[in-house]
Every structure is written in C-alpha cells, then in structure tokens.
Design a protein around this ligand. Structure first.
Ligand code: SAH
Ligand code: SF4
Ligand code: F3S
Length: 435
C-alpha cells in the first residue's frame, strides 16, 4: 500500500471554522489523507479562512504568497482555500494567486472528495454553492479515536440579521438549524470518545429551531446524555435570548454559567445605524433577567468602535454600558469596512480617533476582567482537566466560568472534573489547589 498523503489545515476566524476544519480533515481521511502539522511536509494545504475584517482577509493572501514557493519544491502539492474568504471572493482568489488549485465555500465542503479527484487529474476546482442538501448528512461519521475532553458541535449556521457592518449573512447564508436527533447522535458519539463538555456553535446559536423547544429544549435533552457533564453555547444574539433559555440557565446544572452576548455599541443612535434592532436599555434589562436567573454568571461581549459617524458622545455611551455590565471577557474591534455591506458607503471616523477609543475601551474591559479574576481568589470552582501544565505535577483546565485554571500538585487525569480552591489570579489564568 502506498504511504498516506498528508493534509495541512490552517484555521482562521471563529470556532465554527475550527469545527469545519475537523470535519474537512475527516472528509479527506476517506481520500487517503492524514493530517500533518507542518505545511512543508504536506501534499495538500487548506487555508480555512475568515472574512470578518479587512486584515483577516489580507492575511490569507500573504499566507498564500508565502506558500507558493513550496510548489516549486514539490510540484504535486495542492493548495486550497476554504471558509468565508472562499465564499466571498470565489474565482477571484485563483486570479489573484494562481498557485491556488481549489476554492471551497463553507456550505459545500462535503464535496471535497470529488473536488480532490479533479485536482489529482490536474484540474482546478471551485465550489461556492449553497446546496439544498445538508452537508453534515454527506460527511462520514466522525472517526472513533479518543478526543480531547471538550469539543465543539455546530448546531446552527448562517445569519438573517444583516447588521450593517457584517459579511456573515453573505458568506454563511441564511439561518439553518440541524435537526435535534442528529445533534443528539453526534453528541453521544463524542461522549463515547471521551468528550465531557460540548460547546454548541452557531452564528446565531440561540435562533436554533431544530428542536420544538428551541435551543433551551436541545440543551435540556443534551443534559440527559449520560457522561455529558457540561454544555455551553455561542454566539448568541440579544434578540433571540428567550424566556426558556434564560430559565435553562437557572434550572439546568449542566449548562455552564458563562454567556457570550455581543452588544456592539452602547449608543442607541449607532445601534440603530448598525441595524441591531435592540437598544442599550433593552440589552441592560436582558442582562438583569439573566443575572436574576443565574447570579454568578460571567458575561462576555463584542464591541465595534469607530463605526461610521460614531461621535464622542456615542463612544461614551459604550463606555457607560461596559461599566454597568462589567464583562468577565470582551472583545473589541476597530470598525473595518467590508465591501458589499450597507455601512461600507458611509463616512469613516478619523483613524486616530478610532485608535484612541479602542485603547480606552480595551483598558476599561481589561480592568474589569482582572478585577473579576481577583474576585475568584479563595473561591471553590470545578475544573475540567484538558492538559498537563508546563511544570511537573501541574494540570490545566477550564472552570465553569471558562477561566483557564492551573492546578498545583494534581494527581487527577485529563478528562477528570475536580473541585479546586483558587489561590492566585495571574494575568491570564488562575492558580489553584485541589480541595
Ligand atoms: N454572530 C455573532 C458574531 C459575528 S462576528 C454576533 O452577532 O455577535 C464576531 C464579531 O466581529 C462581531 O460581534 C463584531 O463585533 C465583529 N465584527 C463583525 N464585523 C465587523 C467589521 N466590519 N468591523 C469590525 N468588527 C466586526
Ligand atoms: Fe453578523 Fe450581526 Fe449576524 Fe452577528 S448577528 S453574524 S454581527 S450580521
Ligand atoms: Fe470569520 Fe466566517 Fe467566522 S467571516 S468569524 S470565519 S463566520
């Protein structure tokens, strides 16, 4: 038998791309490919790309430029572009970088095996359809190897919200939910292979409607799966946080007390121009209801600063909202113009002003983040152990609040869930001892 061919996948962007990369590797497994972590060792290189901001898209072209010389060393090497840049730019990618052999969008990668056959005949392949069939039904079931104790599971894809700045509705298409029985089946398979925590993924995961009880109904069913100890979900839209989901946070112990709930801005004027269809006030009231259901919940969010026509007063409203919420984590980005989106036509905020706002917002958020980490000192948390630490006897995992936790002198194994007491807050993690 000939030696297996090697596949190198580099993943950019969100968790949905991480999940898709795993599934693409599985699909290519059927074509005789095994994964490698070295580009220079590979017979095929796939970049699974992100189009969310200009920098993300440009990174792909610089990486392709770096990879091109590998083709001179290895003429049979195939280079492919998958993900959201593939969807947004299609054939343009091959024009701009002729070293690219394959372009495949996020909804058509179940067709990778057929595409690879075309490549092996010396042709190129392009597929950026939004096919009728569900790609997940056409992918091989996941291999039986033991897996890390925490896994992603995509349950919903696409977005119908059309925020004025965002490419996702165009790159990922309309909102689609996977039927609950399929999700349950995949969750059981993951558990059989050692997974104890799943993070349910979707661009708007709380708009999930593959279960008659919505995302809350799915979470309650998953909580009944033996061996599945922890459930998370991301990313949520404020307008889809219904009563049933809030109640699940109070009533389902397996649902972890952490919620990523992006708001983008604290100014109603800007929220309106962003087409977010919620106000700062309605968001704050929603947070109150969530905290009433689960008082210890840690919140995280996303912010865009320097959105077209954002004034100092608009920005101050964002700072005020952040002070009121006190996020445990938050991600803030400078507005990036995306071709084809409604906001792309509007006048930009001065770049220095936007930079200054970004720094001020990040300083405020980081301050809260560190305060909240320090408030954990002395408290007991439970940790799902994911790996060994750098120092002897140390194990590392995640608390229910998604803090990274180091456990000193720990005899427990990867995959165990242990109770620990936090003894110190470091910059990006907590140190702890077993109780
Ligand atoms: N579906 C999710 C996440 C979408 S993308 C949601 O609705 O929140 C992740 C984050 O990228 C967004 O929350 C937003 O803060 C940021 N983002 C999206 N488009 C952007 C743009 N054009 N410029 C800067 N940041 C952007
Ligand atoms: Fe983009 Fe808005 Fe949809 Fe989130 S809700 S993916 S920010 S359009
Ligand atoms: Fe990026 Fe596409 Fe995710 S644009 S953030 S990879 S949905």
């Amino acid at each position: 038998m000939s030696a297996p061919k090697k596949l190198f996948i580099k993943t950019y962007g969100c968790q949905m791309n991480v999940y898709d990369s795993e599934r693409m590797a599985e699909a290519m497994g059927g074509q005789g490919y095994v994964e490698t972590d070295r580009a220079d060792d590979a017979d095929m290189i796939l970049l699974n790309t992100c189009h969310i901001r200009e920098k993300a898209a440009e990174k792909v072209y610089s990486e392709l430029g770096r990879l091109k010389p590998l083709k001179a060393l290895k003429p049979d090497l195939k280079i492919g572009v998958a993900g959201c840049v593939a969807q947004a730019e299609g054939a343009e990618i091959m024009r701009r970088q002729p070293a690219v052999d394959l372009v495949v969008g996020p909804q058509s990668y179940h067709r990778l095996p057929q595409m690879e056959e075309r490549l092996s005949r010396g042709e190129t392949a392009l597929d950026t359809d939004f096919p009728e069939e569900d790609k997940f039904d056409h992918l091989k079931s996941r291999p039986k190897a033991r897996r890390a104790p925490a896994a992603f599971l995509t349950v919903q894809e696409g977005c119908d919200k059309f925020c004025a700045f965002c490419v996702v509705p165009y790159t990922r298409g309309a909102e689609v939910s996977r039927p609950a029985p399929r999700v349950m089946q995949e969750a059981r398979e993951l558990v059989e292979r050692g997974v104890r925590e799943v993070t349910l993924l979707g661009q708007n995961v709380n708009a999930y409607h593959g279960h008659e009880g919505g995302l809350a109904g799915l979470i309650r069913d998953l909580a009944g799966v033996d061996g599945l100890e922890r459930i998370r979900y991301t990313t949520s839209h404020p307008n889809d946080m219904d009563d049933a989901l809030i109640a699940a946070h109070a009533e389902v112990p397996e649902l972890m007390p952490y919620l990523h709930l992006p708001v983008q801005s604290g100014s109603d004027r800007i929220l309106k121009r962003m087409n977010r269809s919620h106000t700062a006030e309605s968001y704050l009231r929603l947070i109150e209801r969530i905290r009433a259901a689960r008082p210890d919940i840690i919140l995280s969010g996303d912010f865009i600063v320097g959105f077209p026509e954002e004034t100092d007063a608009d920005f101050e409203a964002t700072m005020e909202l952040v002070r009121q919420v006190r996020y445990g984590y938050a991600y803030s980005f400078k507005y990036s113009t995306r071709p084809g989106t409604p906001a792309a036509e509007r006048p930009l905020v001065d770049a220095d002003v936007a930079d200054d706002r970004l720094q001020r917002l990040q300083a405020l958020i980081t301050g809260h983040q560190h305060d909240i980490q320090r408030e954990m000192v002395g408290r007991e948390v439970s940790v799902l152990i994911e790996r060994k630490g750098r120092e002897a006897g140390q194990m590392v995992g995640k608390s229910e609040y998604l803090h990274s936790v180091h456990i000193l002198d720990c005899a427990a194994q990867i995959g165990d869930i242990v109770r620990v007491r936090v003894i110190e807050a470091k910059t990006n993690s907590l140190a702890s001892v077993l109780v």
